[in-house]
Design a protein around this ligand. Structure first.
Ligand SMILES: Cc1ncc(C[n+]2csc(CCOP(=O)(O)OP(=O)(O)O)c2C)c(N)n1
Ligand SMILES: [Mg+2]
Length: 650
């Protein structure tokens, strides 16, 4: 038997043993894709287990991430930091081998996805990042492939359509997806619900589409070689059998997500010529087979380092540019040039901040889902990537979900600080991607404008109500809602400083006054801060309601009520401040809150006796000032409510 066949069989055996031992997991996909994985990893994928985070490595995404035992087996055999014991503790608490690994660069796990389709989308982001950086920094420094395994589920999900369409438009040639075309998903045959001509669909997206027998390793190798040479992104439809080699469960959905059982495993192993005992058997020569393939990657990495050294030695500018891209970013936006009292929408201030930063932060790149004029996210003077891939303005098209995944992919790739923008109300469309950014600790920046009912006439379909709070409840998502132009600049600084999770910058459509920040400069970085002092009660406000709170405080002076106004642009950052700082801001005073969104969540600050002003119903189509009056977001109404509340508390 060839060593290559032995390698394939080892991957299968490790996967079925791992799943059996855990008594849970997905054996079908690893068995079905073992041939493809062996060819890709031994003949094409250029990675280095001795330096898994080498920046110019090929990227490998497992979008059908339920087949994670395939990935773990490969990483173990190829000499990444996964031991046999790690394989044996598959899916156990605290192990390095959870059910669905999300991201661990140091283990060689670029990205695998639990939520189907996300890896597909983020792979496009990685390939986009590579193409952009290759254009900007030169192919001497950046020149690698992005490969992904995708399954029927990934291709059924709409996000794959969005992402593939954009990848085709941009001609991302170094993107090669291997489709596990096994015609099976959980429900049984894909005939039940998925009968489209996938190949024709991808041809229509302007992809290069190939068809192979997914168990013919010579054909797979040739197809990958052809895919790499083509100028379009490639989809290789690999006709496979799920649970390939399982005597009775092959081609059944039963093999998708359940252990095969001892008998079936023994029979499968016998058919492969494997001993049934011991489990987790790795035949002689298999480690060497993979490690000699990895040596090619190590040699490539060393050659790359030498090229870097000579390039950086000869060109200090490019050395600086490179270093900057891989270091934490700590820059000040500086004054945006507005006067106190000027009425400026924070989306407009954000545009100035972006353009101020763009000159100093070469890694800043992004765009919107067909809302450039509304989200104010264009970098002026920079090219658009559909014209010049080295440009910095990305036209995502009306594709919020893929935008989220692509931004994540670019951020995961490294060397870029990507942002994606849309209206806050449409953040729902990209929620799954935003959640993965939070879970994977990826510093994606999401810009959400038109952040309240005060977008006005477009009406309730466009007016966010529950969105700010629903983003806040996502662990590790930082939501920043600046109160004016100055806070907007600080919000951008905060987003760029973050390196372990995403930031949602939430911005107004309508003009709001630039506040006098004398004495509280930089306050946003603490999440919440005192904007104006007061001794009787605290009113916490965010975003466009902060100036309303200040107005209310002024009106209350006449009633001898001294209201402290706290701007709370980022609850998550405030929560990280010291106890003494938080007390200095909130004290023991009766507390009210004010935000043009759901009241849910604010009682944690206001307590049971506090006053929480918000809006718990959908909005309406009308000029925004009319809505502010009708629903009480004016200084007068807020002042009256505070007076009544303090009165009733006495
Ligand atoms: C967004 C999302 N929806 C549903 C699931 C649950 N799920 C996991 S795998 C799967 C079926 C996938 O079928 P396919 O990609 O063909 O995988 P195969 O059975 O061939 O391994 C489903 C529905 C999920 N992980 N993500
Ligand atoms: Mg399938």
């Amino acid at each position: 038997m060839s060593i290559e066949q032995l390698a394939v069989d080892t991957i299968k055996a490790l996967a079925i043993d791992g799943v059996q031992r855990a008594n849970s997991g997905h054996p079908g996909m690893p068995m079905g894709m073992a041939d493809i994985a062996t060819v890709l990893w031994s003949k094409h994928l250029r990675v280095d287990p001795t330096m898994p985070d080498w920046p110019d490595r090929d990227r490998f995404v497992l979008s059908n991430g339920h087949g994670s035992m395939l990935m773990y087996g490969l990483l173990h055999l190829a000499g990444f930091g996964l031991t046999m014991d790690d394989l044996k503790s598959f899916r156990q608490r605290g192990s390095k081998t959870p059910g669905h690994p999300e991201r661990d660069v140091h283990l060689g796990i670029e990205m695998t996805t639990g939520p189907l389709g996300q890896g597909f989308g983020s792979g496009v982001g990685m390939a986009l990042a590579e193409a952009h950086l290759r254009s900007v920094l030169g192919s001497v420094l950046v020149d690698h492939m992005t490969f992904a395994f995708v399954g029927d589920g990934d291709l059924m999900e709409g996000i794959s359509a969005e992402a593939a369409s954009l990848a085709g438009r941009l001609g991302l040639s170094k993107l090669v997806y291997l489709y596990d075309d096994n015609e099976i998903s959980i429900g049984g045959s894909t005939d039940i619900s998925f009968t489209e001509d996938v190949g024709a669909r991808f041809v229509a997206y302007d992809w290069h589409v190939l068809d192979v027998d997914g168990h013919d390793r010579i054909a797979i190798d040739e197809a990958i070689t052809m895919a790499r040479a083509d100028e379009r992104p490639s989809l290789i439809a690999c006709h496979t059998h799920i649970a390939h080699g399982a005597p009775t469960l092959q081609d059944t959905s039963a093999s998708h997500g359940s252990p095969l059982g001892d008998e079936e495993i023994a029979a499968a192993k016998r058919a492969m010529g494997f001993p049934t005992e011991p489990l987790f058997h790795v035949p002689e020569g298999v480690y060497e087979f993979f490690s000699s393939a990895m040596e090619v990657g190590t040699a490539a990495r060393i050659a790359w380092e030498e090229r870097c050294e000579s390039t950086f030695g000869a060109d200090a500018e490019i050395a600086k540019n490179w270093a900057f891209r891989f270091e934490p970013i700590d820059v000040e936006v500086g004054p945006l040039g507005y006067d106190v009292g000027e009425m400026i929408a924070t989306r407009k201030a954000s545009e100035r901040a972006i353009n101020s930063l763009a000159t100093r932060v070469p890694s800043l790149i992004g765009g919107s889902a067909d809302l450039a004029p509304s989200t104010n996210t264009l970098i002026s003077g920079a090219a658009e990537i559909q014209d010049d891939i080295g440009g910095r303005n990305i036209r995502f098209g009306v594709r919020e979900h893929a935008m989220g995944a692509i931004v994540n992919g670019m951020a995961v790739h490294g060397g870029l600080r990507p942002y994606g923008a849309t209206f806050l109300v449409f953040s729902d469309y990209m929620r799954a991607s935003a959640r993965l950014a939070a879970l994977m600790e990826v510093p994606s920046i999401f810009i959400y404008t038109h952040d309240s009912i005060f977008l006005g006439e477009d009406g309730p379909t466009h007016q966010p109500i529950e969105h700010i709070q629903s983003l806040r409840i996502m662990p590790n998502m930082w939501v920043v809602r600046p109160a004016d132009a100055t806070e907007t600049a600080e919000a951008w600084e905060m987003a760029l400083q973050r390196d372990n999770g995403p930031t949602a910058i939430v911005l107004t459509r309508q003009g709001i006054p630039v506040l006098d920040r004398t004495g509280s400069e930089g306050g946003l970085h603490r999440g919440g801060y005192v904007l104006s002092e007061g001794a009787d009660a605290v009113l916490i406000a965010t975003g466009s309601e902060v100036h309303v709170a200040l107005e209310a405080a002024e009106l209350l002076v006449n009633d001898d009520i001294s209201l402290r106004v706290v701007s709370m642009p980022c609850v998550e950052a405030f929560d990280l401040q010291s106890e003494s700082y938080r007390r200095s801001v909130l004290g023991d005073l009766p507390t009210a809150t004010l935000e043009a969104g759901v009241t849910s969540g604010w009682h944690r600050f206001a307590g049971s006796t506090g006053l929480v002003i918000g809006i718990d119903h959908f909005g309406a189509s009308a000029p925004w000032k009319k809505l502010a009056e009708e629903w009480g977001f004016t200084g007068r109404v807020v002042a009256d409510r505070v007076t009544a509340w303090l009165g009733s508390n006495q």
